[in-house]
Design a protein around this ligand. Structure first.
Ligand SMILES: Nc1ncnc2c1ncn2[C@@H]1O[C@H](COP(=O)(O)OP(=O)(O)OP(=O)(O)O)[C@@H](O)[C@H]1O
Ligand SMILES: [Mg+2]
Length: 239
């Protein structure tokens, strides 16, 4: 496991890429001075799992969700893309080859799909809930960059989404992804050289990003789970 030192801001601020969020509920303060008479708010965190298809994101996200709940935390699980919405349905059509979107347009759809959940995620975080995501912001950067879309642009247009406190890369090589799933591949899942570039983007993001942890997704499931818990403990002081 490679744990990147936390050189960035504390995990919960800024959540919006703007000014740091006040840790106190200033609305409670009749003085208007913010925290003096305010009460401490609970701290929610968004934890994102990233990696190639079949890297174990859902397996590990569900285990982390269970660990949070067993530890007395409120916790919710989201998976992206969420195909149930209108935008998600359109993404499904594109993945099945029924649409021919340019790579930038396709990423705008994936990003819009996340924006559909922004109010829900924000209110969960505000009430102190742990939000565990199977894919999030970095997926658009990785898959978009692998198709020639500017990663800085992809990052900039997602800055008003709630930002993750921690992103866990479950790193597996493309051939391991292919071995774990032999049927029902969508058009991205079949393209080995694209998957190689997706992996490179993920590795770069994990190296350069704040609060990323790069995990070896080829270990057995229990070893990966232990590494996930260790990362959550060391980076967020939870569990
Ligand atoms: N560490 C592991 N070692 C071996 N097999 C694993 C490991 N983790 C998960 N798997 C298996 O790989 C398959 C894919 O796992 P999972 O659905 O969690 O991955 P995913 O990243 O969510 O995949 P997708 O992106 O395709 O939805 C499952 O059959 C799962 O049991
Ligand atoms: Mg999955």
């Amino acid at each position: 496991m490679t744990v990147k030192p936390s050189t960035g801001p504390p995990a919960r601020q800024p959540r919006w890429g703007g000014s740091p969020q006040a840790p106190f509920d200033s609305a409670d303060s009749p003085s208007g001075l913010g925290f003096a008479q305010g009460r401490l708010k609970p701290t929610g965190h968004l934890i994102a799992f990233e990696g190639l298809d079949q890297s174990g994101k859902q397996t590990q996200a569900e285990r982390l969700l269970a660990a949070f709940r067993a530890g007395g935390h409120r916790a919710e699980f989201l998976t992206f893309p969420e195909y149930k919405t209108a935008i998600g349905t359109e993404i499904g059509h594109a993945l099945q080859g029924e649409r021919d979107y340019a790579p930038d347009t396709l990423q705008l759809l994936y990003i819009a799909n996340r924006f559909e959940f922004r109010p829900r995620i924000s209110s969960w975080l505000d009430e102190g809930t742990m939000v565990v995501c199977d894919r999030y912001l970095a997926s658009s950067i990785a898959y978009g960059e692998a198709q020639g879309v500017d990663p800085h642009w992809l990052s900039a247009i997602q800055r008003h989404l709630p930002q993750p406190s921690l992103t866990l890369l479950l790193d597996i090589p493309p051939d391991a992804s292919l071995h774990r799933k032999k049927v029902a591949r969508d058009k991205f899942e079949r393209d080995l050289s694209l998957l190689g570039r997706v992996r490179e983007s993920y590795v770069r993001q994990a190296k350069e990003g704040v609060r990323w942890v790069h995990l070896d997704g080829q270990q057995d499931k229990d070893a990966v789970s232990a590494a996930v818990l260790s990362a959550v403990r060391s980076q967020l002081g939870l569990l």
